[in-house]
Write a protein that binds this ligand. Structure first.
Ligand code: HEM
Ligand code: HEM
Length: 126
């Protein structure tokens, strides 16, 4: 498996584990008020990063290069910042505009992923 996929899965699993502990904490306390932040840590962190890491490890996909690493860093930073900033915004400790700091890397990471996927049309391997 390419090292970039291992990096994707490492961050994804840490997000998934943190998201599950957070979900359990919500269940135990009965306070579900931050559930959108829990949802996005799981969905942008665990689910999205796993899909991306899995793609780069697929047979037939060109050996991942710099673009894949930039994708991994941007998407990981986006997922982690979303989990940190969204609760602050929801508790009105920070302005909603601060979410751009998480959204920008998340969206740029997805654009990198789109380029990687589309380049499969240009130079398909096997
Ligand atoms: C141990 C694992 C987990 C626990 C204990 C847990 C717990 C919870 C709780 C208590 C809520 C709030 C429900 C509500 O008030 O409507 C919630 C919402 C949510 N969780 Fe989890 N969760 C877990 C794992 C996951 C995972 C792995 C994902 C995604 C891959 C996920 C996605 C979501 C989503 C999308 C919502 C929002 C649902 C809505 O808006 O109705 N959760 N979770
Ligand atoms: C830049 C990335 C993203 C942004 C800015 C974003 C933003 C939002 C916003 C503003 C809401 C409404 C929350 C509310 O009304 O409480 C929402 C809900 C939701 N989003 Fe996202 N989202 C993003 C990525 C994703 C991704 C990648 C997934 C799934 C893989 C996803 C799944 C969901 C789900 C299931 C809900 C409803 C859950 C809930 O109510 O907590 N989102 N999102």
């Amino acid at each position: 498996m390419p090292r970039v996929s291992i990096a994707f899965f490492t961050i994804a699993t840490l997000c998934g584990l943190a998201g599950m502990i957070w979900g359990s904490q919500m269940g135990i306390t009965g306070d579900h008020s931050l559930h959108p932040a829990h949802a996005h840590l799981n969905l942008v962190g665990w689910v999205t990063l796993s899909i991306m890491g899995g793609f780069y490890a697929l047979p037939g996909v060109a050996t991942p290069g710099l673009l894949a690493w930039i994708n991994m860093i941007l998407s990981s930073v986006g997922a982690v910042l979303m989990a940190i900033l969204l609760p602050q915004v929801m508790m009105e400790k920070l302005s909603g505009q601060v979410m751009m700091a998480a959204e920008a890397p998340t969206i740029l990471g997805m654009i990198c992923f789109l380029i990687a996927v589309i380049s499969g049309w240009r130079k398909p391997v096997a």
